[in-house]
Design a protein around this ligand. Structure first.
Ligand code: KG4
Length: 338
C-alpha cells in the first residue's frame, strides 16, 4: 500500500491530506481569516499562522485517515510558486518529518497540482478522469493559463496572462465597487441577479493563446468614474448588472482563447482548475461547450477548486510511481510557471 501525505502552505491555507493508492482518505484545510480586514493576504501574518497551524492540521489529517506516522510511504509538499514565508513552513516541516521517518519526499509545483486535482479519487470506483492529452484552463488569483497536459508529470503551457490573472480581475474590480475581499465569489453571487448584456467592457486583442486582463480593469474603473460623476449612487443602484456584465466579459475572454486552442489542437477533453473554476458562469459556459462543440469537460468539485492538500498528495502519488523524489536541497521558489 502506498500512503502519501500531502502538505500545502503556498498562500493563506494550511492544508494536509492523505492519499492511499490514489484514493483520498483525508483532506484537512485551515483557512486564515486574519487577512479579511486587510483586503488581501498579508505575507508575514500568513507565515505566522502556518507556523501555528501546520502541526494540528497534519495531525488531524493522519487521524482522520486512520494512518500512523510510521505507515506513511512518502511526503509531498508544495515547493512553489507562492509566498516565500508560507512555503518555507510547509517545506521545512516536510523535510523534518521525512528525515525523522526516513521516507522520501516529492516536491510539488502548486500549479501542476491544481491540474492534477482532476485525478483525486474519493473512492476506488471513481473513474471519471480526463484522458491524455487534454487541455486545462488554469484560472486562479495569480494565474490564467492554457495548459496541454500530456501525462501526469508532463505539461506544456501554451498560453498565459501577460499581466493580471482572471481572479485578480474579479478581485480588483470588486474592490473598486467596494464589495469586499475576495471579490470573485461576491461578484459571482450578485451576477446571478443581474443582466450580463447591460454594460460592455473592452476585450483585449492579444495574439496566440495569451491573456490580458489589465485593460478590462482600467476600462471598468474609468467607466465607473464617469458614471459616478453624474450619479453618486451608480454602483449601489446597478451592482447586479455591473457584476453580471463584468463576469460575462471575463468568461468570454477566457473561453474565446480556450476554444481556439481546442480547435487548433483537435482536443475535445477540456478541464478547468484553480480558484476561479468555482465561478458559476464559467461552469455554465463549460457546459454549453459540451452541447455546442462536443467537448468532454472536467470541472472540479468545489472543495478542490481552491488551495487544498489533496491535489498535492495526488501529484505526489504520481511522482512517487515515477520515482521522482527530491532532496534536502529543494528550496521553495516564489515564482515559476508549470
Ligand atoms: O486558486 P486560488 O484559491 O488561489 C490563488 O491563486 O490566489 O484562487 C483564488 C481566486 C481569487 O481571485 C478569488 O476571487 C477567485 O479565485 N474566486 C472566484 C470565485 N471563487 C473564487 N472568482 C470568481 N467566481 C468565484 N465563484
Amino acid at each position: 500500500m502506498i500512503n502519501i501525505l500531502g502538505i500545502e502552505s503556498s498562500c493563506d491555507d494550511t492544508a494536509a491530506a492523505v492519499i492511499q493508492d490514489g484514493v483520498l482518505l483525508s483532506n484537512i484545510i485551515s483557512s486564515q481569516k486574519v487577512h479579511e480586514s486587510y483586503g488581501g493576504v498579508v505575507p508575514e501574518l500568513a507565515s505566522r499562522a502556518h507556523q501555528q497551524n501546520i502541526i494540528p492540521v497534519v495531525d488531524e489529517a493522519l487521524k482522520k485517515a486512520g494512518i500512523k506516522k510510521n505507515e506513511l510511504t512518502a511526503i509531498a509538499f508544495t515547493r512553489g510558486p507562492g509566498l516565500m514565508g508560507s512555503l518555507l513552513v510547509g517545506t521545512s516541516f516536510a523535510k523534518g518529518l521525512s528525515t525523522a521517518l526516513d521516507i522520501p519526499m516529492m516536491d510539488i509545483n502548486h500549479l501542476q497540482a491544481h491540474v492534477l486535482a482532476h485525478f483525486i479519487k474519493e473512492d476506488k470506483e471513481d473513474t471519471n478522469q480526463p484522458v491524455f492529452p487534454f487541455l486545462c484552463l488554469l484560472v486562479s488569483g495569480g494565474n490564467s493559463q492554457i495548459i496541454v497536459v500530456k501525462s501526469h508529470n508532463e505539461m506544456e503551457i501554451i498560453g498565459q496572462t501577460i499581466d493580471d490573472a482572471a481572479g485578480e480581475a474579479f478581485d480588483k474590480c470588486a474592490k473598486v465597487m467596494g464589495l469586499g475581499y475576495p471579490g470573485g465569489p461576491i461578484v459571482d453571487k450578485l451576477a446571478k441577479e443581474g443582466n450580463p448584456e447591460r454594460f460592455r467592457f473592452n476585450k483585449p486583442h492579444i495574439k496566440g493563446y495569451d491573456y490580458s486582463f489589465s485593460g478590462l480593469k482600467t476600462s471598468f474603473l474609468y467607466f465607473l468614474r464617469d458614471e459616478l460623476k453624474s450619479n453618486s449612487n451608480f454602483i449601489e443602484e446597478n451592482k447586479e448588472d455591473l457584476c453580471a456584465s463584468l463576469q460575462k466579459t471575463i468568461i468570454d475572454i477566457l473561453m474565446d482563447k480556450l476554444r481556439k486552442a481546442a480547435k487548433d489542437l483537435g482536443i475535445k477533453e477540456v478541464a478547468v482548475a484553480g480558484g476561479v473554476s468555482a465561478n458559476s458562469g464559467l461552469r455554465a459556459s463549460f457546459e454549453e461547450h459540451v452541447h455546442r462543440f462536443g467537448w468532454k469537460i472536467f470541472i472540479p468539485k468545489f472543495g478542490y477548486t481552491t488551495d487544498n492538500a489533496a491535489m498535492v498528495a495526488i501529484s505526489g502519488y504520481y511522482k512517487y510511481l515515477d520515482k521522482e523524489f527530491c532532496g534536502m536541497d529543494a528550496a521553495p521558489y516564489a515564482r515559476v510557471t508549470v
